[in-house]
Every structure is written in structure tokens, then in C-alpha cells.
Design a protein. Sequence first.
Length: 425
Amino acid sequence: GGAEIASVAASKQSSFREFPVDGEPRRLVLDRDTGLLLVASAMHPATSCLCALDPVSGQVQTRVQFLPSERVCSLATWYVQGPKMYRYVCVGTAQHSAQRSASGRLLIYSLKQAKRRVRAKAAAPGAPDATGAFELKYVWESERGGPVSALASMGDVFLVVAVGASCVVLRLDVEHRQVVECCSCALRFPVTSLDVDGHDIVAGSEREAVNVLRFSPGDGHDRLEVLHSARFGVSAADARFLAPGLVAGVDRSGYVFVVGIPEGPSEFALDFVLGFHLGTECTRLRPESLVVTTIDGAVWTVMRITDDALVLLRLLEQAMLHMPLLHPARPLFAPGGATTRARGAGRIPPANVVDGALAAVFADALTEAEQVQVVDSSPDLGRMAREMAARDGGLGTGGAAPEASASAARFISGLVHALARTGAC
């Protein structure tokens, strides 16, 4: 197997570096203290291992192997404030056997520079292929009644753990070196992902999209409760807080959605904001720029734009669709024979979104004369581009028609390029 690091730049160039690791990588976490890449891999026969990889040299620094028939489901770092700041590596697993139903373990390790004795042992003949410069030291474990499918650090001392269809909040008692269970909350379906913002938690789940929970710490009376839910029948692969009051998610069929937290405390249902279909299975979501990764190795960037920009790009898309001779034939993006992903038909219709593919063709593949031809084909497109540019101080609304069309085309092209730079991940 191998771990691959991709660097994507705004210049539309990307570079890939591959590092050999045991098995098939399933979870990756970058440890910010050491700069090491923590890689959890599935191995054959059915088991898993966790290794710490130096992304610069590609050398494996240390590794641990788990029980037979045990696979890693989740991986996270946990920072705990005590007399000093402690950092732990948390691993959630699932175990399957013929004798009993699925169970799991939560394991906690510390990642530290190895002592000289450990380095010498790692370098001995017949030792595993690891440098021994660091070691994953076992700290604590807990048997759980279901797969530990997701983990998220919360605050200075808390860890949120998803076990089957339940969310559990744990606290590390540094003084007594114990992990204490504070409270738990049962959901209707198994949890697939966790994200934390303050004491608010968003839990992606199977068949129920997302749930928003709130943890209320108290002196011996901690409470975890469900505040809001979006029950529109998608199985969330990942869900994250996007901004204050907004939650973004992706489901396993390739549907990307954003829901809003209602202002009224009595409103239970999350408000639907936008959604569209990418046409391939999605796996993970990065909320900073709303970057979506898919099962076929693609990386998609979704950008938030103004209402005016959305209307302008929709008008541009319609104009481009009516002038196919200006650009090469493009494959169908969406299920049901739709021309673009944003128009794709599915269980949930797309809303408040526009596909950027044809806008990119307009800005990058057409000549200036062809761009003017597109603008001239749509009076509404040219008018809105001139109005937006006038507000930005770019050009006026008057002038001769050819000059006005050329200026509008330049404004649209500049807007598309600016959005592309903003969305670079």
C-alpha cells in the first residue's frame, strides 16, 4: 500500500508524492506538534496498524498493530490542558467475529520522541522497518459495545466518541490519570462523523443526515442533548460546521448539502440552504473552503458567492448551453441525463447552486471575440454584468454596444478567475 500527498495550487498545477506504508490507508491525521503523518491502514489478513510517517523523508518512525479481525474506524488527536498541555493519539476500532456481534475499542496513545534504548531496539537486525525516533506509547483503552466510528476533541479536557448510534462525552482526569465518562446521548441511527464547535456537536448519521447536539458541563450533572436534526433521508459520510449557524455535509451517493440552524430555540428541524449532486461517492469534507473528496480520488472545491454572482453565473451557464459550437462537447455530469451537476435530478432537487464547469470554459477556453458573442446572445447577461461592474467601479453602463459587450465579457472572465483563486485549496 501507499500514502499519497497531493499539493494543489491556484496556478492549476498539482504535485503528488507517494510513501510506502503497510496495507491500505484508511485514516490520515497530521500531528501538528511533531509534523508527523499518522496513518491507519487495513492489512491482510484482516487486521489494522497505525504508523507515524515523516512526510518529508517518507520514513516510518514507529508503528503499532491491532488485534486480528480488528479494523480502525476513526483517528484523532486529543489535547488536554493540565499542569502542562498533553497531547494524545486516539484510535477507534471495530471488531467482528462469528461468536458475537460487532464491538469496538477506544485506544489512547502518547506520541513522543523515543529514548535511546528504544531507538537501538528498533535498529536491531530483524526489527520492523521503523527508525525508532518516535514511539506510540500505550496509555489507556476501553471496550465498547459497538464500533467506535468517530472521534472529536472538545475544549481542554473532553473527547466526544461515537459508539454505534450513541455519542459519549469523556473527560480526562489528569490528576488521577483516569478517563471518566461524563454523559451520553442515543440517536436513531449509527453515527458516521463528528465535528465540534465550542460545546456544540454535529453528528453525521446513516439515513438521517445530521444532528446538532449541545454538551452542558456541570458539577457532576453533565448533560448531552439533541437540539436540531435534518431528516431528509441521506446517509451522511461526513458533516462539519461551515460557519456560525451553518452545517455542511456529504452523503455516500455524492450529494453535497448545507443546512442552517434555526434561530428559534423551539425549532427542531434544520433549515435546508443548498444542495447538489457531484455524481460520484463522497468520502470526506474539509469545511474551511468546503473541499469535498470522492472515492475515485477527485478533489472538488465549493465556493460561497453573493446572490448577484449566483444569478450572473446562472445566466452565463444558460448562454453557454445555447451556444455549444463555441466550446467542445462535454460529458454529462449528473444522473438522469442532465447537462451539469447543478441540474442533476435526484431524490432531493438541487437548490441555490450553479455549476462552475461552463463558466471555466468561458474564462479559459474562449477567445475574446467568442466571449463577446456569448454576452451578445443574452441581453440579461450583459445588462447584469455591466450593472455589477458599475457598482464595483469597473465600467459604466453606457457606451457603444460592441465596447459595452467587450467590457462585460472582461468583467465576467475576471470574476470567474477571482472565484477560482478564492477557492484554491
